[in-house]
Design a protein around this ligand. Sequence first.
Ligand code: AMP
Length: 618
Amino acid sequence: MGCTIGIDLGTTNSCMAISEGGNAVVIQTGEGPRVMPSVVAFTPAGDRLVGIVAKRQAITNPKDTVTSIKRLMGRKYEELEKETFNVSYDIIPNDKGDAVVRISDGRTFTPQEISSMILQKMKYRAEEFLGEEVTDVVVTVPAHFNEIQRKATKAACTIAGLNVKRVLNEPTAAALAFTDAVERRKIAVFDFGGGTFDISILQVVNGIFEVKATTGNTQLGGDDFDARLVDWIMNEFKRSKGIDLSDDPVAPQRVREAAERAKCELSTALETSINLPFIASSDIGPVHLEMSITRGLFEGLVRDLVESTKPLCEQVMEDAGLTHDDLETVVLVGGSTRIPLVRKLVEETFHQEPVHSVNPDEVVAMGAAIAGSVVSGQRKDLVLLDVTSLTLGVETLGGIMAPIIEKNSPLPIKRSKMFTTAVDNQQVVGIHVLQGERTLAEENRSLARFELVGISPAPRGVPRIEVSFSIDANGILFVNAKDAVTGKHQEMKVNPSGGLSDEDIRRLIQDARQNRETDRDRIKLIEVRNIADQSIYEASKLLNSSRDRLDADSTGELEAALQELRTARDGSSIDAVEGAMKEISMVMHTVRNILNMVDSMEEEDSSGGIATLDVSEE
Ligand code: AMP
């Protein structure tokens, strides 16, 4: 049986892990770091880049580099209009009103498709790592994700050729990675990533994990800290140099990258500097951006954002019926929890020091891998209970929402409520499924609408219509409406794809399958080209530094190998690039040996021509 991998599909970075002998092991992304940037780019040459290679070229290709796609998953375009997005690509509504990405050649991609490209690359990596095909996956989502966002995530996995065994809440995953099955604990998971903040309280009793309560802010994360720092840097620059960088096509992205780097450095250093040469030009020539930033200044810029998490922490404790004395452990998740000000706030809010023993970037993927071993039956000592993050209900007369399943109810769950008609002889009732905590229906999220027809004519208030909601362990909602008199009923699975029809998904899976081999080869070619670039750089350096000490034959050989590698690098044959790299590495080895000999001969010459022979007498 193949293994089930755990994937944390993050806003900024994604990470994956497998469970080996009950312990979670992070799978390297093959790019050095253990996490992969959740970035997809489309190059002018027609290449599709994913991960670190996509992130690296963002500065020169901002319009076609897609970041933070998780924030668009399962979202309507009109919902986004109220939010700020620090992205340079275009977001537009499609014909269903869903938010989609448009790149500069006019092509559009749904967030599910972009996410599937990230997932596909992770799948390849896992297959390379394990030496076998990987299909089963446990994928994590923020606890506050609604049904549509969960289904969009599932659809992204399906398009990437992955079979979702479980959609798991991120805090549950974090607790799983951290806690031993036999422990009895109450845990707070404080998750502060690039785009979102989540706080959850979990209870673990004899291997059963239950999310007692969860809340958060979907519009708050490390990106907002970066934005504050970017504003400050731009204003400072304008004040001191009189130049506004905001209209420049490239400068804002350079400042954004530098700001993020400075922010990360300030987590360990008290002061850092930003140096961006040639950021602008003026009458007297190029202008450079150079400034230093202290941790104190940064903290001043973001303090209100960090402090805005405190009331949410207090609310979730209240929802879970706990005081801080009841909490045994506070776990930190997400890159932004490395910021000292955030750690201080956590300590003050929960009256205890959070645990530092788990890596905040990897803990969710590790927990997902452990959940994978639970769902595949390898581990039998754990049980996972997730809860609904928001209340689900239907719209009733006067636009009021009638709750059917309250938030924080353990999954799977089934609940029913009786309704009746509003007018005499009403033969059709509209069932409008809603999610949210507001009393007014229109202020909640509309998940689906359908009609129950054929109700037997009767005065208003007489028919009995039973509406049942059931949510399976993956958080997928099924709604059933039944006329108790006629037995007529109507059922629907709430849009299984988060905006994509089944037909769309089938087509996308087919496209992905068809492109599978080409994609795999393309990724390999891009990576091989990257390594080739390094060899070209080293060989050119060697050639330039040694020309005057090498004989014409060796110089010619190195030049020829370099030319061959350059030609292969610009071609499309992986074998040719690899062959040319092998060749150049042999030539470089020989050249270095010759140079060593020349050097030692020169040394001999300078030491009076007396050779020291390494011989021993018999
Ligand atoms: P995540 O979504 O968990 O991958 O977190 C990504 C966010 O964490 C980004 O905003 C990063 O800039 C931020 N981050 C990563 N490392 C650090 C660090 N050392 N200090 C501050 N923020 C960090």
